[in-house]
Design a protein around this ligand. Structure first.
Ligand SMILES: Nc1ncnc2c1ncn2[C@@H]1O[C@H](COP(=O)(O)OP(=O)(O)OP(=O)(O)O)[C@@H](O)[C@H]1O
Length: 290
């Protein structure tokens, strides 16, 4: 179990995170927050690239800093921008990573074949990465992160730059990987984690806003999300008064999904809240919520 106990992080006089408490057990967690909310700061502390200014992080009750190398051996990490060698093939690159990680030589080749199979790159394992698509490179990144079969797998914005098909493939792959380990995926793209995360972790105002399952946080907006239709003329003033979540044009009218704390009106239909609604509502400024 990974425990974040009351950590804070300041950069000079700027507070990036404060009084943050979270516990992770095996499963997939989606770390969901807008850009700049502190996701990378949290991840950098979890992978020991930076130290918290206050508080501590424990793995099975032991300080990760005291554990040092023993802790780092448990981690697989895909940073937001990962460095690879264009003129290497995936296999050669993974051999290099295995050497860096100090993995035992016996079994490495078999393990490399296994992970390349898992990320569906077996047929190009000896091709230079120079001509690979963004999605293929990202899969090489995931392969290096899981190579040593880590207990804790941390992926920082792993779907940035992927097209929808590659995103779908990534989601399937991750469900297969998630057994018996902690998987933490940072993203600001709701659909990437909606279908695969067991729990989501949201950061707001430099601290933990929510940790729990998706159904529960969606439930918290029950009775506040509506859809209604209106003419184009009515729409600008409606938009000033309500937090709109989705706007569509259909047959010369606007169909608007929105959030409100007001009692329902006759021409509003209540709809089931989704994670996208939660994201938009929780990160909207208070003045917009109507
Ligand atoms: N080394 C640093 N020095 C000063 N401020 C920093 C530093 N690193 C991050 N910050 C600030 O801390 C805040 C949180 O940054 P962080 O990168 O953790 O956010 P994020 O949620 O990961 O966003 P993104 O997805 O854009 O990386 C931001 O306002 C950022 O400008």
């Amino acid at each position: 179990m990974l425990t974040i106990r009351n950590i804070g992080k300041t950069y000079g006089s700027f507070t990036a995170l404060k009084e943050m408490n979270v516990q992770f057990e095996n499963g997939i967690y989606g770390l969901l927050a807008p850009n700049g909310a502190g996701k990378t700061t949290l991840i950098n502390m979890l992978v020991t690239l930076i130290r918290p200014t206050s508080g501590e992080i424990l793995y099975d009750g032991k300080s990760i800093h005291a554990m040092g190398e023993r802790y780092r051996e448990l981690i697989g990490y895909l940073p937001q921008h990962f460095g690879y060698y264009k003129h290497y093939s995936p296999r050669k690159y993974l051999r290099y990573i295995a050497a860096l990680k100090g993995m035992k030589k016996s079994g490495v080749e078999k393990r490399i074949d296994e992970v390349l199979e898992l990320v569906a790159l077996s047929d190009v394992k000896d091709k230079k990465m120079r001509k690979f698509s963004g999605g293929m490179i990202q899969r090489v990144g995931i392969a290096q992160a899981i190579l040593a079969d880590p207990q804790i797998l941390i992926l920082d914005e792993p779907t940035a730059g992927l097209d929808p098909k590659e995103r779908a493939r990534f989601r399937h792959m991750l469900s297969d990987l998630a057994r018996n380990r902690i998987v933490l995926i940072s993203t600001h793209i709701v659909s990437d984690i909606e279908s695969i995360a067991n729990e989501i972790v949201m950061i707001r105002d430099q601290t933990l806003l929510y940790k729990g399952d998706i159904a529960t946080i969606c439930q918290s907006l029950q009775g506040h999300i509506f859809e209604t239709t209106m003419s184009f003329d009515e729409f600008p003033s409606f938009r000033k008064d309500y937090l709109t979540l989705e706007e569509k044009q259909e047959q010369g009218r606007m169909i608007v999904r929105f959030y409100t704390e007001q009692p329902p009106k006759a021409d509003w239909s209540s709809v089931v809240p989704e994670l996208e609604d939660v994201f938009l509502v929780k990160y909207a400024s208070e003045s917009m919520k109507g």
